[in-house]
Design a protein around this ligand. Structure first.
Ligand SMILES: C[S@@+](CC[C@H](N)C(=O)[O-])C[C@H]1O[C@@H](n2cnc3c(N)ncnc32)[C@H](O)[C@@H]1O
Length: 303
């Protein structure tokens, strides 16, 4: 009698043969090549749905690792070193967009009235503060946000929710001198290149995108052994690609990276400055996505 293990192996072999036959038939019918990630699309849909559930969790259901209320001092610690000074140089007619703002605490701190034991003083210019837009998929506005927005008036701070960055048009959002993302869209998106492309389209010339990516291969190569990566990139031939070397292939930008090998996860702090209008980001296609906070993702550079 065959053992359970050998009968399972038999089924696996049969399934593998069937998959090969399907690929041959599909190709013979002229329907093009079928890549593993396309065969796995139902699974990808499940992971994206699971991710959406994480975004929508409330109260005690919010996982402790899904932090939504970092203040401005937290942003200043996590973002590239020039962030606070750049924010401080903005004037009252300039604009700041925070993508993946959660409850928008960083913007609340920044726009708090002076002398109000303001936690935002460190990064705010005495001559007036920029208008700021907080963007989150799920609505995490607090009463404090509503009160401060009403007392500042004139749409000085706005909260946008219910959509992802890619779903807003350029006309709806306008242009910004500074765009930030702290464990927001850049860490969670399934379409990395489209995300960066969109950010660049919203930046004024000379404006800067300040962000970080946790769990990546570091530009300075000082990754510790045994690290579990969250976002893995490959070039077109399947060899590892660093997030910074990929971003540096974008036209019309200056990219600066600060590698943090001694953080809990190897993390790259990234500043992208837009220097001309014809930006073009080399396309990365999604190969794997596993929901989480943050998710596990793998992308491959298109040929
Ligand atoms: C972990 S919270 C971070 C909140 C805040 N930045 C902080 O550090 O406290 C993730 C935030 O990113 C948002 N987010 C994720 N993907 C997004 C996207 N593609 N467009 C806009 N917001 C996004 C979520 O809705 C949520 O507000």
């Amino acid at each position: 009698m065959r053992s359970v293990k050998s009968s399972v192996q038999g089924w696996k072999a049969a399934a593998a043969c069937l998959a090969v036959v399907i690929v041959i038939v599909v190709q013979a019918l002229g329907l093009g090549a079928v890549w593993p990630q396309e065969l796995a699309e139902p699974r990808l849909d499940e992971e994206i749905a699971e991710q959406e559930k994480i975004f929508q969790r409330r109260g005690a259901d919010v996982p402790s690792g899904y932090i939504t209320n970092r203040g401005l001092s937290g942003y200043a610690e996590l973002l590239p070193s020039g962030f606070c000074d750049a924010l401080g140089r903005l004037g009252s007619s300039d604009r700041w967009l925070d993508i993946g703002a959660g409850a928008g605490q960083a913007i609340l701190d920044y726009s708090a009235p002076e002398g109000d034991a303001s936690p935002g003083e460190k990064c705010a210019a005495p001559g007036g503060k920029a208008r700021a837009v907080a963007m989150s998929i799920e609505d995490r506005q607090t009463d404090k946000w509503r009160q401060q927005a009403a007392s500042l008036g004139d749409d000085r701070i706005r909260y946008l929710s219910g959509k992802r960055l890619r779903q807003y048009s350029g006309e709806e959002l306008g242009k910004f001198q500074i765009i930030t993302d702290v464990f927001g869209g850049f860490t969670y998106t399934e379409d990395l290149s489209q995300f960066v492309e969109k950010v660049l389209s919203l930046l004024e010339f000379g404006g800067g995108f300040y962000t970080l990516v946790p769990g990546v291969h570091l530009e300075d190569g000082k990754d510790k052994l045994g690290v579990l990566y969250l976002t893995e990139l490959e070039n077109a031939t399947g060899r590892p690609e660093k997030v910074c070397s990929w971003l540096k292939k974008t036209s019309c930008v200056q990219v600066t990276c600060e590698s943090k090998s001694d953080w809990k996860r190897p993390t790259e702090l990234i500043n992208i400055r837009k220097v001309c209008s014809d930006t073009s980001v080399p396309r990365m296609k999604l190969v794997e996505y596993e929901a989480g906070y943050p998710p596990d993702r793998r992308f491959q550079l298109e040929k």
